[in-house]
Design a protein around this ligand. Structure first.
Ligand SMILES: C[S@@+](CC[C@H](N)C(=O)[O-])C[C@H]1O[C@@H](n2cnc3c(N)ncnc32)[C@H](O)[C@@H]1O
Length: 423
């Protein structure tokens, strides 16, 4: 049965045409605000674009041997994410998708069902009205998408129990005030963590979300590997590979720890001893260092954590998020409309592909903070800093981050030398 108000209004995103009960401003930014049934947040379109590219890549690589990829779009609303997966991935991937869409909201699901009628692969989709917390546990999944309003914490333990031997979980969080440290109460309650509110607060927030996922995984004998972590204006999104491993789960603390701002010499030494800073940084004082969990630092001195201290992305996955790949998924017939979607899709992956080349680097440097930290000069351009460091033989790339910044594996002394060279 068609939902009340069908066919509503047309909304274009990526390569599809989707129908909604009311008009939404395609360029709207920010959180969803007060919920209305059938609401779709266009500010999440970049999130969905990255999720299509991620599924395309993982469907051919890590899940390449899986004949039927069991997916739960756990909080699907009007179902646009599932529809984009079906329509925008290549046939070799889309034909293998077996998707269950779930939401509590019957009205939103009415729009989801009616929209699905346009998709040739609708036979491979089941739509369920109910509580995702129950649906998650009904079977094992290769892919779980968690896109709640607010914090994903209520879903994490459930999702970890419902993964197959090897699975992907994508987790959105819109409780950004908590995760960036401006609401310390909810941050402590939900994530058991704190954030020092300097230029790296968004990166610390992503790492705290990863730490929560890693701890939930370990409770269920699983380990995580971050594939992509992005802070995108009003929300965060991390995508992780989850695999079963009791031994790995027991070693969870190897990837958890603290971030310390303006560390003293002994803190730098401890970071090097723990393998969280390369030996080539010995004798320098970087802007930030990571410490392992057991080095419980003085919490009143610029400390964030406990957080994930390992890599927050996978270079191969990040390399697959190219602007060319993003352009390739936009296939709307209307040329003018398609051009707009191409622009938006490219923006959704901007810098990710290149940043992957330096994702292993220990330093994420906020360029605007360099002059006051060093005590001289003006804020340098992140691209010029990265270029100078690459010329010196290091990996360095401009970062897709909330502040002008770059990532590098160069020693801190080389970062300072490049900064002074540009001043
Ligand atoms: C942010 S929206 C999802 C947006 C959607 N993924 C998209 O890309 O358009 C969150 C959805 O979660 C649903 N929801 C909240 N709690 C739920 C629960 N426990 N079980 C099922 N659905 C739930 C809401 O009805 C809402 O549609």
């Amino acid at each position: 049965m068609e939902p009340k108000g069908w066919p509503g209004v047309v909304y274009h995103e990526g390569g599809i045409e989707h129908r909604l009960p009311t008009e939404v401003d395609r360029d709207r930014k920010g959180p969803a605000g007060k919920y209305r049934a059938g609401f779709l947040n266009p500010a999440m379109s970049g999130n969905r674009t990255r999720s299509v590219l991620m599924l395309e890549h993982i469907g051919k690589t890590l899940l390449g041997g899986v004949k039927k990829i069991q997916i739960l779009d756990a909080l699907c609303a009007t179902g646009i994410r599932t529809r984009r997966w079906l329509e925008e991935t290549s046939e070799g991937v889309s034909s293998r998708l077996r998707i269950k869409m779930c939401d509590m909201d019957e009205e939103a699901l009415g729009w989801a069902r009616a929209n699905l009628e346009n998709d040739d692969l609708k036979k491979n989709v089941v739509v369920i009205q109910g509580d995702a917390r129950k649906e998650i546990l009904r079977q094992g999944w290769h892919w779980i998408d968690l896109d709640p309003y607010g914090s994903p914490v209520p879903f994490l333990d459930l999702a970890m129990q419902a993964t197959a031997r090897r699975s992907v979980i994508s987790i959105s969080a819109t409780d950004t005030a908590a995760l960036s440290g401006s609401s310390p109460g909810p941050l402590r309650r939900r994530y058991g963590a704190r954030v020092h509110m300097d230029g790296l607060k968004h990166d610390s927030g992503l790492r705290i979300l990863l730490a929560s996922a890693a701890k939930a995984a370990a409770r269920h004998d699983r380990v995580i590997r971050p594939l992509l972590s992005v802070w995108d204006s009003h929300h965060l999104r991390v995508t992780i590979l989850v695999e079963r491993s009791k031994m790995g789960a027991s070693a969870i603390e190897e990837n958890l720890g603290w971030r310390v701002a303006s560390p003293d010499d002994s803190t730098v030494d401890s970071a090097i001893q723990a393998g969280l800073l390369p030996r080539h940084d010995s004798g320098s004082r970087p802007m930030h260092v990571m410490l392992p969990l057991y080095e419980y630092p003085n919490l009143n001195t610029g400390v964030s954590g406990p957080l994930w201290t390992g890599r927050i992305g996978d270079p191969d996955v990040m390399a697959s998020m190219s602007e060319a790949a993003a352009e390739g998924i936009c296939k709307v017939d209307d040329l003018e409309m398609n051009q707009k979607e191409v622009r938006r899709a490219k923006q959704a992956v901007r810098r990710i592909c290149d940043e992957g080349k330096a994702i292993h680097g220990s330093h994420l440097v906020i360029t605007d903070a360099l002059p006051s930290f060093v005590g001289e000069g003006d804020p340098p351009s992140p691209s010029k800093m990265a270029e100078a460091l690459r010329e010196d033989g290091f990996c360095a790339e401009v970062s897709r981050y909330a502040e002008p910044s770059f990532r590098t594996d160069a020693p801190w002394s080389a970062v300072l030398q490049a900064f002074r060279g540009l001043s």
